[in-house]
Design a protein around this ligand. Structure first.
Ligand code: MG
Length: 381
């Protein structure tokens, strides 16, 4: 099947790799969206000739409109622009590669139109997973994970009864600071945090990988995607990033998906599923792989992981508070306003200050997100 895709967040790492896959596989692109990266949006619009190009920022959209005046591509801005891109009639699939809780409303809009969601925005499921999954079920929208770990699990589950699953095993690279002590972590710099050993990714997720918050968010994402309780998910550190995750079945069989550390494969699988087609992903050469190793993660030293696991058990709005506080803290860290260890300290403060609601509605989730950010800002003012 030839897909027509809307790419939300097309200037980010996943967005650009999605367009690489689209180009290699001959998919149509119906919409591209950026925040402010007008040069990239212009180049993408000229290459893929989408119906719609969105710059969330108003000024950027005005600039982009002038740049694309000769092309016939419609240019819009703001949240309404994102929602329009998410619900465009021409697209059968929406790739949600926006970073953060900002992806939640556009994801819901795409679900409401019954689109296939190639989900690359884990914060959506972390904050509102139960609501999102229920809405997808109701609307008949397929949610196919792009996150490499969740794609690996999804691939291992093909042809198997979900009832036969005993455990999910999520692998973690351990990030650039694996093995370091709290004392050593107190001295690390932004530049070091942004240097991931195995994956080239955007700044926010790279910092999340360094704090191990990324693995905590992925743990919660897996709970929601696969409707599985936390005690049946295990995280193992696998420094080589070759085994992307595993599923253990009732009979004791463990299936794993292996591959090179190349996001093109999980992106493409989310588009081609249930088919597989040739594509641009780098093949895996087992004979040139290092020995595969597995260790226990250290959620005491990497406090963000410990906090996320506590929220996974607590549920309600705790995961939205965790995520909102983390987004605010990581942004402050990237602006050189706080230290690396301040990230977990501020997230913990927000979790202590903001009350948790059970069985939240969408408004409760946005309020939890707002209150968590506010709690973080209060600590650094
Ligand atoms: Mg991942």
């Amino acid at each position: 099947m030839k897909r027509t895709i809307s790419v939300l967040g097309s200037s980010g790492s996943i967005g650009r790799q999605t367009l690489k896959v689209a180009s290699a596989c001959g998919y149509q692109v119906a919409a591209v969206t950026v925040n402010r990266s007008v040069e990239q949006a212009e180049a993408q619009a000229r290459q893929f000739k989408p119906k719609l190009a969105v710059a969330v920022d108003e000024k950027a959209a005005a600039d982009l409109r002038v740049r694309l005046a000769d092309t016939g591509v419609k240019v819009v801005s703001g949240l309404e622009g994102l929602l329009e891109a998410a619900s465009l009639a021409e697209a059968d699939t929406v790739v949600t590669a926006i970073v953060g809780v900002a992806g939640l409303r556009p994801t819901l809009a795409a679900i409401d139109c019954g689109k296939r969601i190639a989900l690359a925005n884990k914060e959506t499921l972390v904050c509102a997973g139960e609501l999102v999954m229920a809405r997808a079920e109701e609307k008949g929208a397929e949610i196919i994970p792009v996150d490499s770990e969740h794609s690996a699990i999804f691939q291992c589950l093909q042809g198997c009864s979900r009832k036969a699953v005993r455990r999910l095993i999520i692998t973690a690279s351990g990030g650039p600071f694996y093995g370091k002590s709290r004392k050593e972590l107190s001295l690390v710099t932004k530049e070091q945090a942004l240097r991931h050993p195995n994956w080239a990714m955007g700044a926010k997720i790279t910092v999340d990988s360094a704090t191990l918050m990324n693995k905590g968010l992925e743990f919660i994402e897996a709970m929601r995607l696969y409707a599985i309780p936390p005690e049946r998910i295990q995280i193992v550190v696998h420094r080589e990033s070759i085994v992307h995750s595993l599923v253990e079945f009732e009979d004791g069989a463990v299936l794993a998906q292996l591959g090179s550390a190349d996001m093109c494969l999980p992106i493409q699988y989310a588009l081609t599923w249930p088919e597989r087609t040739p594509g641009p992903a780098k093949p895996l050469d087992l004979l040139s792989c290092p020995p595969l190793t597995f260790q226990k993660p250290d959620s005491d030293t990497f406090r963000c992981l410990g906090l996320a696991l506590e929220c996974a058990k607590r549920g309600g709005t705790s995961t939205a508070i965790l995520n909102g506080a983390n987004e605010a803290a990581v942004a402050l860290f990237l602006e050189d306003k706080i230290s690396f260890l301040d990230i977990s300290r501020l997230v913990e403060t927000a979790l202590n200050r903001v009350p948790v609601l059970d069985a939240p509605e969408l408004d409760d989730i946005f309020e939890a997100d707002r209150a968590a950010r506010e709690a973080v800002y209060q600590c650094v003012r």
